[in-house]
Design a protein around this ligand. Structure first.
Ligand code: 13P
Ligand code: ZN
Length: 279
């Protein structure tokens, strides 16, 4: 592969497109949300000649399994709206040290700044996902979609309830996130504590709600991760509409129908989410 200008690389273009799509969905008011991509070795080689390595900085947590890996990430306080317009000022590529405790910027944030304040959550989630998917997952995405946030004020903050209610709102949901969805109660964002709680959920789920704040999604590539965020938020929107029209649902997908669906798609749905409900 020929070496190339940083912005021309396909993975950089994919990152930019995803940020633009998220902005257009209305999920990124001001600097809300952040995105990270674990860059492949051959992709690093492709753009390396553009690097200007800055000094090491503490990550704020330890991710030893990610030692020496490179990530493309949005900057703290940077607007998703600007990622496509002022890319070099809005995002950066970072390299981790050989302990996974420090990072340094190798490209981007041209006007100064640092990677997202949620870097501990992104990296701890990457570390878990890299392990449980044998290196397949590369994208972690945090957004502030209004409908899923609204539901954290009216549903109990419980994995089983969020999973089941969202599954019921669109037939594709159990197919797109058959593992379910985790819920983190309200916590102070931007630090190690919320990162630890979120990464525990990422052992099992691809998507985790932050109560009264937003959503974290993990996936193999930009399309699948964006698609997951989109599917969860769409389902939340339908639930918000239904709950705004009348109390409760007149009818919905039944437990037996979820089992039929799982069979038809050759998968399994955890029984704990198929509990009997009181009418
Ligand atoms: P950053 O601007 O630091 O990425 O923070 C935005 C955000 O959504 C915090 O949760
Ligand atoms: Zn946020």
């Amino acid at each position: 592969m020929d070496r190339m200008k940083f912005l021309e690389a396909e993975f950089v273009q994919g990152f930019i497109r995803m940020a633009k799509d998220g902005w257009e969905q209305g999920w990124h008011e001001r600097n809300g949300g952040n995105l990270s991509y674990r860059v492949k070795e051959d992709e690093v080689a492709l753009v390396e000649e553009n690097f200007d390595r800055k000094e090491w900085q503490p990550i704020g947590t330890a991710v030893p399994k990610l030692a020496r890996q490179y990530f493309l990430v949005t900057g703290s306080g940077k607007f998703f709206r600007n990622v496509a317009i002022k890319t070099e000022d809005s995002i950066c590529m970072i390299e981790l040290d050989d302990k996974g405790e420090n990072y340094r910027i190798v490209w981007g944030l041209a006007g100064g700044g640092r990677p997202t304040s949620e870097l501990p959550s992104h990296l701890m989630n990457h570390e878990v996902k890299m392990r449980v998917t044998n290196g397949k997952y590369r994208v972690i995405y945090h957004a502030h979609p209004a409908n899923i946030i609204a539901l954290t004020f009216v549903l109990p903050l419980n994995d089983a309830v969020f999973t089941r209610e969202l599954w019921e709102m669109a037939t594709e949901c159990p197919v797109v996130f058959p593992g379910g969805i985790g819920v983190v109660p309200w916590m102070v964002p931007g630090g190690r504590e919320i990162a630890v709680e979120t990464s525990k959920l990422m052992e099992r789920y691809d998507v985790a709600v932050w109560a009264h704040h937003g959503l974290f999604a993990a996936g193999e590539d930009f399309d699948l991760t964006f698609g997951l965020m989109h599917t969860v938020e769409k389902s939340a929107e339908i639930l918000v509409k239904v709950l705004s029209m009348q109390q409760g649902k007149r009818q919905t997908i039944k437990v037996e129908e979820f089992r039929d669906l799982a069979k038809a798609f050759g998968g399994e749905l955890p029984e704990e989410f198929l509990y009997e409900k009181e009418e």
